[in-house]
Design a protein around this ligand. Sequence first.
Ligand code: NAG
Ligand code: NAG
Ligand code: NAG
Ligand code: NAG
Length: 295
Amino acid sequence: MLPHEGKTLLWLAVLVSLGLTEGQITTDYIRVQTPMPWTEAREFCQKHYVDLAVLSTEEQYFTVRTATASSKASFWLGLQRQSLGSSWKWVSGEELGYKQWYNNNYEGRCASLEAMLKKDQKLLPRLCNEPHMALCQGPVSPQSVTVSSVGAHRLNLSWNVSSFMQMTPHGYNLTVCTNTCETLLYSYPGGSALMNIDVSNLTSCTEYSVAIAAFVVRPDSRTGEEIILQDEPTTLQVKTGGCHDWKKLLCFLLKLLKLASLAPPLWVLYHIFKKVADDCLEPDHEISAVLTTEE
Ligand SMILES: *[C@@H]1O[C@H](CO)[C@@H](O)[C@H](O)[C@H]1NC(C)=O
Ligand SMILES: *[C@@H]1O[C@H](CO)[C@@H](O)[C@H](O)[C@H]1NC(C)=O
Ligand SMILES: *[C@@H]1O[C@H](CO)[C@@H](O)[C@H](O)[C@H]1NC(C)=O
Ligand SMILES: *[C@@H]1O[C@H](CO)[C@@H](O)[C@H](O)[C@H]1NC(C)=O
């Protein structure tokens, strides 16, 4: 099964179990159609997903705006201010870094996305106790993964953990593939902005494809049954070290010499090479079979 399929199935399970009241609008956000005050909406999102939606970048705002364009609703976002005079902050602690206000002159301290508005700017301050639908935040896989070091049998990987994922107990599902795949699970230890893991027991000089997906385990909002919510994986290709290119070349020459008619000067050279790289003749059954018939 491809990592993608696993993800789709997981989300499909979520969508089916939620019936028509909730739905995934993009890979990272879920729409909750039961109107609730802001605090209750946040509790609901934290219980069943990760938090209320955090749209740290303007790109994320555009993505959600497009995904909700056909909707006629107001959706709570994880955006509020402590008092009327203070700055707007996401529930992750980050300040709002762009201006997409439809109107910022209202008194409310909680922000909604007004999907039905024709204008492109759809953020609106509202009174926190008004009941509205909500956008929840799902788990988010690493934005980019850095290969800190590569050995012959191990890999050291690291990635930045987004601020709201730092506040959420979560895990990472690592799928490491060559001809076959292996799945490794790591839990985020908490308290660190950088996740660092060491993958060992790899084969030297081998190309691996690695997929890393963040997941959380949550009670299903309808059945209460624990389910895994996993984001799309981030993938990378790595090659382990220990290739010994000089030895490969020597092995090639050795086989060539053995196949040649073994004229005396070459015969001497063959025995010198054989001392250094004897092991490369042994596993190659095909070539030794050819030699047997010739002798
Ligand atoms: C890890 O990811 C793979 C591929 O997406 C999936 O098949 C598997 O169920 C996941 N495991 C867990 C524990 O999330
Ligand atoms: C992996 O690399 C980081 C530096 O990028 C280092 O701090 C860490 O100790 C390494 N981990 C292991 C297990 O080698
Ligand atoms: C983490 O973020 C910092 C600052 O944005 C950046 O310099 C660093 O390269 C990132 N590290 C990884 C592993 O992506
Ligand atoms: C590496 O593989 C060996 C044999 O399969 C196993 O006994 C050992 O526990 C593995 N080590 C790690 C760190 O996974």
